[in-house]
Design a protein. Structure first.
Length: 756
């Protein structure tokens, strides 16, 4: 719930009836993540259930300290729109590290080959596991084949002896020599005893098959962490000559094969692994290779995996590679002569490893999937795969953003480009950027420009700070080490923004509001500061007040400790006591000791930019997380609605209403249970009856229609991701629509014209 604060104020005029129907669309803003097993390492793509839609298999080694246990293989069945069903896990012996796909028994159903590194807390075992597919997306129990001791790093599937049956080549990183083990397939899903080829090297990491010398036999290329690529030429019938090695830079981790310069010879692209780079080795017709050359990259060091595909449909092979150190996928566009032009970077999950491509949404464009090892959560690693959907121009439906993880997401609405259509300003789950989504006035949006701010932003708001009639942007930014800043981006008048000007505020700002707090006709800024190191370790919260000078400049922040508040989450602004001064309502999680009790705090404004001491209203549950202000009972006095959730494993939240007395004090009114948690809340008249309704996001979008008496009807539920929401008429039909910004999506809920 942190970072969900934002300021919104819409005067909604609607002429609809009580029926509420939405037409929903989603725009992918960054890589979409799907949960898999522990420490995923590699991915493979295939149609496992025969529905014509690509699915994904993921090898999860489960290698952490202390070990979580034997790893598994996750199967994610595709839905055909670029999303996947929840992962189903299959055992694959000890620590499955790499997975490949093939039809090993010629039944028309895809099977899996998995190499297991064999390390756990009690024993070491080295196996190649074969999981035969049932054709419905499920797999049989693994059949294991012994491998030489060592780190079993990768497997390649190819017909190595020309008999029309898929064979396997497995590499082993031995203590002295490395080994390539050849398993010739019998065509019934079983394999012959392996023939091993040992060679003096160390750190064999990846293997691929191709016909490098044009003799119609598939050869093998193996990367070695000693800094070489070894080429094993096939002598026919699946036997191989001693390898020839070529320098390939520091720590080559993986490689991809393709004809990069259109000469008809297979070339190699090598991803350099830890502290390495990306290199190209152009192939000669006789199976030899030219000296490696570096490729331009901005994706730091440690490229882990590289794939070759024509992403922009120009007939030239392009590249995409993952960067472990930067948590990015980078794209390079091929020029057709073996050279490349730097393309955009896309944020994915932490520590991306091996990647693959395929058309997951059946639009004819290659998409990307990568295994993300994740982040530490206690003694385990939380693993995901990240999916980037490709577009026809070679870009992906993800904002090209910087490798910084933001503390939250946020959304602001205004006509930023002065074309009389509402636009959106978004902060996403990664990067110190603001992304502008340009509205067309018909309920559709296109991704516009991006603008830098000081640090990963936690909240965003909009207002005309310099009096030029154009909406400007303000973000609350969480600095490295927990400090805080406010970034002001003044509108340049053409839909772009000037460079951000930064102001110091309190630690870890979570919410921000733009309004005239000192009644001088100039907009001011208030930032709400959490001051939390962890969920259970928070210093007293504070607000930072930055008075505006009317020319886009803010005065130095004045800090207000606002009592003993601990762990404030969100904030709302209104004149609660009709004195002409704006007041604040803040949801306070109070998680310093056992997260109990939480409370809502009311700070009445003095009209000079300062606030009175807070008045506390205890929440029925521990952690208030969202707040909205409106006149819910029709008496002309602002009321407060807020959510709260007990942090005790319960999946139940509660919406509580504080009814205003008119003097800035409140008494408790109705309460409503709501399943799951509440991320954000807003109030608006959604059905045109003159009464403000409540909308919440969390496990879904919930709409509570008002009775006009301070109570609400049972909620209507809509499938939508959690995130801050904005309510406005985005398509000009006079009906209020909803926009929700999650970590990877902008979801648009247009009030359907079919509603009666």
């Amino acid at each position: 719930m942190k970072g969900s604060g934002f300021a919104l104020g819409f005067a909604l005029v609607a002429t609809v009836t009580s029926s509420l129907v939405f037409a929903q669309t989603s725009l992918l803003l960054a890589a979409r993540d799907f949960s898999v097993g522990v420490t995923p390492q590699s991915v493979a793509v295939g149609d496992f259930n025969g529905d014509g839609i690509l699915d994904v298999a993921v090898a999860n080694p489960s290698m952490v300290q202390p070990p979580v246990g034997p790893g598994n293989v996750s199967i994610l069945l595709g839905r055909g729109d670029g999303t996947f069903q929840p992962a189903v896990n299959y055992p694959a012996d000890q620590n499955p590290y790499f997975v490949a796909v093939g039809d090993f028994n010629h039944d028309g159903k895809l099977d899996l080959a998995v190499v297991n590194q064999g390390f756990n807390s009690t024993a070491q075992a080295y196996f190649l596991s074969i999981l035969l597919g049932n054709g419905d997306g499920t797999f049989q129990s693994p059949v294991n084949y012994s491998l030489p001791p060592g780190a079993e790093n990768a497997v390649a599937v190819a017909d190595l002896n020309g008999d029309g049956k898929p064979d396997l080549a497995v590499i082993t990183d031995g203590s002295t020599d490395d080994t390539v083990s050849i398993f010739l397939g019998n065509g019934d899903g079983s394999f012959q005893s392996p023939v091993a080829y040992s060679y003096p090297s160390a750190g064999a990491d990846f293997i691929a098959a191709a016909d490098f010398n044009h003799d119609h036999n598939l050869d093998l290329a193996v990367t070695n962490s000693t800094g070489t690529v070894s080429i094993f030429l096939n002598q026919g019938k699946g036997t191989f000559a001693a390898p020839t090695s070529y320098p390939a830079g520091i720590n080559p981790k993986s490689l991809a094969v393709g004809d990069l310069n259109a000469d008809g010879n297979p070339d190699l692209v090598v991803a350099g692994g830890y502290q390495g780079s990306l290199k190209v080795l152009l192939g000669n017709a006789n199976g030899t290779f030219r000296s490696a050359t570096n490729l331009p990259t901005t994706n730091g060091t440690s490229p882990q995996s590289v794939v070759i595909a024509d992403f922009n449909h120009d007939g030239h092979p392009d590249l995409a590679f993952s960067g472990d150190a930067s948590s990015l996928i980078s794209v390079l566009y091929g020029n057709g002569d073996g050279s490349f032009t730097q393309g955009p970077d896309y944020a994915v999950g932490l520590q991306p490893q091996f990647m693959a491509f395929g058309d997951f949404n059946n639009d004819g464009n290659p998409d990307l999937v990568v295994a993300d090892r994740g982040v530490f959560l206690g003694s385990s690693l939380d693993g995901t795969i990240s999916v980037l959907l490709g577009k026809k121009d070679g870009t992906f439906k993800g904002a090209a953003i910087d490798p910084l993880i933001a503390s939250g997401v946020g959304i602001a609405v205004a006509d930023f480009d002065d074309d009389n259509n509402l636009d959106l300003a978004l902060i996403t789950g990664a990067g110190n950027t603001v992304v502008i989504m340009n509205g067309a006035g018909n309920g559709t949006f296109s991704q516009g420009l991006k603008f830098k701010v000081e640090a990963p932003p936690a909240a965003i708001a909009s207002g005309d700070l310099n009096g030029d009639g154009l909406p400007d942007l303000v973000t609350a930014d969480v600095l490295s080490g927990g400090g805080g800043a406010v970034s002001v981006l003044l509108n340049a008048g053409d839909g772009s923004f000037q460079s951000a000007v930064n102001y110091v505020v309190g630690n870890q700002p979570a919410a921000i509001a733009v309004a005239d707090f000192n009644n001088d006709g100039k907009l001011d800024v208030v930032a709400l500061n959490e001051n939390c190191v962890t969920l259970d370790s928070c210093a007293a919260g504070s607000i930072s007040i930055l008075l505006g000078e009317g020319n886009g400049v803010l005065q130095k922040a004045v800090q207000d400790s606002i009592g003993t508040m601990l762990g404030p989450y969100t904030m709302a602004v209104a004149d609660l006591n009709h004195d002409g001064n704006l007041d604040l309502v803040i949801a306070d999680g109070n998680c310093e000791t056992s997260c109990d009790p939480g409370r809502v705090e009311v700070l009445l404004g003095n009209g000079d930019g300062t606030f009175q001491s807070p008045v506390f209203y205890n929440a029925p549950n521990a952690t208030p997380g969202a707040v909205a202000i409106a006149d819910f009972n029709g008496d002309g006095i602002p009321d407060i609605a807020f959510s709260s959730m007990q942090l005790n494993g319960s999946s139940q939240s509660q919406i509580s209403v504080l009814l205003g007395k008119g003097d800035g004090t409140f008494h408790f009114g109705s309460t409503m249970p709501i399943p799951g948690y509440v991320y954000a809340m807003a109030a608006a008249d959604m059905n045109g009856d003159g009464n403000p309704d409540l909308l919440t996001t969390g496990d879904s979008l919930q709409v509570f229609l008002s009775t006009g008496k301070g109570t609400f009807k049972a909620p209507q539920s809509y499938d939508a991701a959690a995130g801050p929401l904005a309510i406005a008429d985005f398509n000009g039909d006079g009906r209020p629509d909803v926009a929700i910004a999650s970590f990877d999506n902008l979801t648009l809920m247009l009030h359907s014209a079919s509603a009666p």
